[in-house]
Design a protein around this ligand. Structure first.
Ligand code: GLU
Length: 470
């Protein structure tokens, strides 16, 4: 990544391009665009026998809805500009999927691979204390979640630090999402971003008009897909694509990329990497070389699911995919965006496509505030109702259903069923809102601009309705 490159400026550039298609006062637009609160901190942590000064951030981009929401990343590349950009994207992302939060993002500038779990725990807990001191965390204020380099383990440490410092606070479980299920997490959160990526791309592929424009057949089945990054998002997205009949022809990780035109088995590649330490030399696949080489290999759909700016002015013209699904945050630079639009490719934008994570985080937050697991109250009632219905039908028709059919028909919803159907519905609705805006307005040239228009309209209306701006 080029450190000179301002990611926040790129987000603002996309915002400005889209704001021309909205009717808000320039002041409202400016208020939406800027980051409301920025916290930059340095704190000491004893690592071995040395004291290390750790640099970290939390940015709250918008307070038009509260709490603020967004992940925390651990990476050496974390810097203020990046955290600001990602916080802004969270605001637009939440608006698009109708999740009632303002956007935020946090980051600690460390390479987590260089620290032991004990050291990471010390850093995470100290970071949480800093957030508490400044009131940058709390169920009604700001609710962190996992992001690049963090997961359930870090969220459990954050929760424990917060609850220890807020004894008796009944809603404290809702201070962070992406927790382990045993610590108040919700079933289905781990794979939510990847599943949302799948639902979003599938919905776009089910749209006849869009597929006609691209010269592709309708549906996801048989589509050739390359996924860059086998982390939590890329791994799950690739698995859902494969399970639903798409062909995963290419996969990429730090160490390089592999390709097989007849398809790769995602789980087998994942296990191969686990045992050998690399995806390279996977039996039957061709080694392509660098990690970024997979971006230029032949396929219908390319899913960059790693870091930002991987497709840029230098390599965009060599991308062969007709659809680029941005599973990561900001994988395309504005130059790459322009080149791909001119080539007639479709870029499905990050802030909508990877919104599955925050959507299910919202379900987790609601679960924590309501203090009851999804499905707990209604499951048995639904099963009794369904069983009555099945026996009535059997009686009326004189035919009986098989035991397997009965099991399927009678089944009442578990938490995972409700979470997944809530996510599917959210992604389908968001996709169609964006596609309607794009297809309905010939002056809007790309889906990213349409997504920004939808987001700005929602945030702008919310500000106007708050009465801040008459
Ligand atoms: N870090 C994820 C994102 O960028 C999830 C955020 C959340 O769940 O709050 O969307």
């Amino acid at each position: 990544m080029n450190p000179e490159y301002s990611f926040f400026d790129a987000v603002c550039k996309s915002f400005d391009k889209a704001s021309k298609f909205t009717n808000f006062d320039a002041g409202i637009l400016e208020q939406i665009k800027q980051c409301n609160s920025v916290l930059r901190m340095h704190f000491p942590v004893k690592i071995g026998d040395k004291i290390e000064v750790i640099k970290a951030y939390r940015v709250q981009h918008s307070h038009h809805k509260q709490p603020c929401k967004g992940g925390i990343r651990f990476s050496e590349m974390v810097n203020l500009d990046e955290v600001m950009a990602l916080a802004a994207l969270m605001t637009y992302k939440c608006a698009i999927v109708d999740v009632p939060f303002g956007g935020a993002k946090g980051g600690i500038s460390i390479d987590p691979k260089k620290y032991s779990p004990y050291e990471l725990e010390k850093i995470t807990r100290r970071y949480t204390s800093e957030l508490i001191k400044k009131k940058f965390i709390g169920p009604g204020e700001d609710v962190p979640a996992p992001d690049y380099g963090t997961g359930e383990r870090e969220m459990a440490w954050i929760l424990d630090t917060y609850t220890a410092m807020h004894p008796g606070e009944i809603d404290s479980l809702a201070c962070v999402t992406g927790k382990p299920v045993s610590q108040g997490g919700v079933r289905g959160r781990k794979e939510a971003t990847g599943l949302g990526v799948f639902y979003g791309i599938r919905e776009v592929c089910n749209n006849q008009k869009v597929m006609d424009r691209l010269g592709l057949s309708i549906g996801i089945e048989g589509k050739k897909i390359i996924v860059q990054g086998l982390g939590n998002v890329g791994y799950h997205a690739a698995k859902f694509f494969q399970e639903n009949g798409a062909i995963i022809v290419g996969l990429a990780e730090y160490e390089g990329s592999i390709y097989n035109d007849f398809g790769l088995d995602v789980e087998a590649v994942f296990q191969h990497r686990k045992s050998t330490g690399s995806i390279l030399d996977y039996p039957g696949a061709q080694n392509l070389g660098k990690n970024t080489d997979a971006l230029e290999a032949p396929c219908d759909i390319l899913v960059p699911a790693a870091l930002e700016n991987v497709i840029n002015g230098e390599n965009a013209s060599r991308v062969q995919a007709k659809i680029i699904g941005e599973a990561a945050n900001g994988p395309l630079t504005p130059e790459a965006d322009e080149i791909l639009i001119n080539k007639g490719a479709l870029v499905i934008p990050d802030m909508y496509l990877n919104a599955g994570g925050v959507t299910v985080s919202y379900f987790e937050w609601v679960k924590n505030l309501s203090h009851v697991r999804y499905g707990r109250v209604e499951k048995r009632f639904m099963e009794n109702q369904n069983a009555n219905l099945v026996s009535q039908i059997e009686e009326m028709t004189g035919k009986s259903v098989t035991d397997i059919q009965k099991k399927l028909l009678v089944h009442g919803p578990d938490e995972i069923d409700l979470v997944r159907s809530g996510l599917e519905d959210t992604m389908i609705k968001a996709t169609n809102e964006i596609l309607d805006c794009w297809i309905g307005n010939p002056e809007i040239k790309d889906m990213r601009t349409a997504a920004f228009v939808v987001a700005i309209n929602k945030v702008g209306t919310s500000y106007s309705e708050l009465g801040i701006f008459p």
